[in-house]
Design a binder for this molecule. Sequence first.
Ligand code: SF4
Length: 372
Amino acid sequence: MKQESPIKRRQSRKIMVGDVAVGGDAPIAVQSMTNTNTCDIDATVAQIKAIQEAGADIVRVSVPSMEAAEAFGRIRQQVSLPLVADIHFDYKIALRVAELGVDCLRINPGNIGRDDRVNAVISAARDRDIPIRIGVNAGSLEKALQRKYGEPTPEALVESAMRHIDILDKHDFQNFKVSLKASDVFMTVAAYRQIASQIDQPLHLGITEAGGFRSGTVKSSIGLGMLLMDGIGDTIRVSLAADPVQEIKVGYDILKSLKLRSRGINFIACPSCSRQNFDVIQTMNDLESRLEDVNTAMDVAIIGCIVNGPGEAREADIGLTGGSPKHLFYMGGKPNQKLDNANLVDDLERLIRDEVARRKEQEEAVIVKSSD
Ligand code: SF4
């Protein structure tokens, strides 16, 4: 059952992206990015809502043109999730989305150009309390740094970020967060470790261009996992060449496995073997897809036999240990009832949903009592 994470998080300054706190003692925010054409307002709104439904705290939207900026404004009116506008170079787009209600500007001050343009963007952000995300990417390092370092290195990524940070510092603008992404796990981890001790702003973690669903999940889990274990990271994005909804689910799974956040069911299942007394893999897959809508944090152990079943079931909120002729169902760490193979998945789904409903009622009762 639930334990506190032993991870001691780096102390960072808290900033607000819309109504979502990032940094300080705020939960690590999970974000993704739309991959629709921003000018296709209906498709982008639908995707943002799907990403929100999956549990996202923040979503980023590319705004590559003034036409996209106008579309962004209309999208803004139709969704409640905090929106980050991803802008490269064009300060006019930044000014326009600031007027239209953006919650964070992802723009690198060093790439804006003339001082008056930089001033205009920083003033707009300051006037409206909009944070800026500096996003350094190994694939688009400045030419001067490419010449200096010969190839992307952690030091080059940090130096690039510090150039942008210096510009914000000169304007006494501290309302920002930073990402330093590379597709190489070693480079990304080293760069974040270096910058973590140099600034106190929140850090947005990601392994960029990590790959497809499987390979990207593995790379992101290793890279983000190492940094999160160090206590580094205030918001994460898992970059996958896949549906953004999957990015949110993987992001939560990474945080859940480190006990940094909880959302939905945390399944514990054995890989199964010839000792199994029911089809563990099929049962697990069926339950996972049937219970995707559950947000209540809960540990559910699905174990094929008594070798590891009772131990795992006792530690989980709900557990099933395969037996013969019947399986033993545990609730709150204690044997509760016997189940057989007929309708096993239906029975488990019903029992888990009953427990979810009971917990929700309990939570609501606590809220009502505390507001009395
Ligand atoms: S718990 Fe039992 S069924 Fe599952 S892998 Fe271990 S021995 Fe096999």
